[in-house]
Design a protein around this ligand. Sequence first.
Ligand code: NDP
Length: 315
Amino acid sequence: MSEKTRQHHKLLILGSGPAGLTAAIYAARANLKPALVSGFEPGGQLMITTEVENYPGFPEGLQGPKLMDMFRAQAERFGTQFYAGDIENADLSQKPFRLQNASVELTCDALIISTGASARWLGLESEERYKNKGVSACATCDGFFFRNQDVAVVGGGDTAMEEALYLANLCKRVYVIHRRDELRASQIMQKRAIQNEKIEFVWNSAVDEVLGDDQKGMTSLKIRNLKTNEIKEHPITGLFVAIGHTPNTHLFQKQLNLDENGYIVVKPGTTYTSVEGVFACGDVQDHVYRQAVTAAGTGCMAAIDSERWLAEQES
Ligand code: NDP
């Protein structure tokens, strides 16, 4: 068996989405010589999107993976050291912090957590086949491609209502498919969605199958009434799955303050977590905005917060 790599870094960043890579760019330019662990999904959620049209500075839009390649190249240019793979164990109880997996044991004085959140999916084989060809988990990202079309949103929480209301501004008709006859969303969001004439609720129902072809993408949905088991096919060209996100915080349970949904709690207006020297940015601490540009913004904040914190420790 090969020797485990043991290395100490002043600043370690976990995650290689827009938040982590932006933190790396800023930290490297501040001469903190950061190291970054890419994680099992290098590039984060933008790697599974196609066209990104709302990242400022790219008026023609660009592919999500291309944007992340550019982020990474910029972080590399200023000397970020990259580790592939995922961390399996983190100990934040003493300094330096200790993070490891089977092949590396890393210690650091300051840690930036930007491990993101993963959208939950229905788990249908046809859902997987039509991802980015009609099936999406982000209306703000992809709604524009479905202008004046009939679309569906699955879920009954605040995210589903928010997605439905956003889509109602763009699309011809929005069907909200919910597995019960009662919404989980807050009263105010429920009211707004129910009052919107373009939104129609399909109660006690679930998506049974996404149908389409390789050229046109998704063309219709088979929806099952869970009370009667009746299945009907509807000509719907976009499906937005809004059944929640899971923040990637399992490593930090019982070590950092997390909210009731598992997101890292940061001091308002900063990236400071409940442990001194540990900072959090991007979707792992944000269930509201969840955009590449907001993740990048908080990544910049984390680099600045950690730089100042490190400087205070040295003075
Ligand atoms: P939630 O967990 O609140 O809601 C998920 C919804 O998806 C539920 O209605 C649930 O149904 C449904 N669901 C879950 N799994 C499945 C499945 N396999 N098939 C079909 N339906 C499924 O997640 P949200 O993302 O909506 O919200 C997360 C948190 O973020 C909440 O605290 C919310 O209030 C907050 N939030 C706040 C916003 C705001 O204030 N503007 C905006 C967005 C989120 P069921 O109800 O039957 O369990």
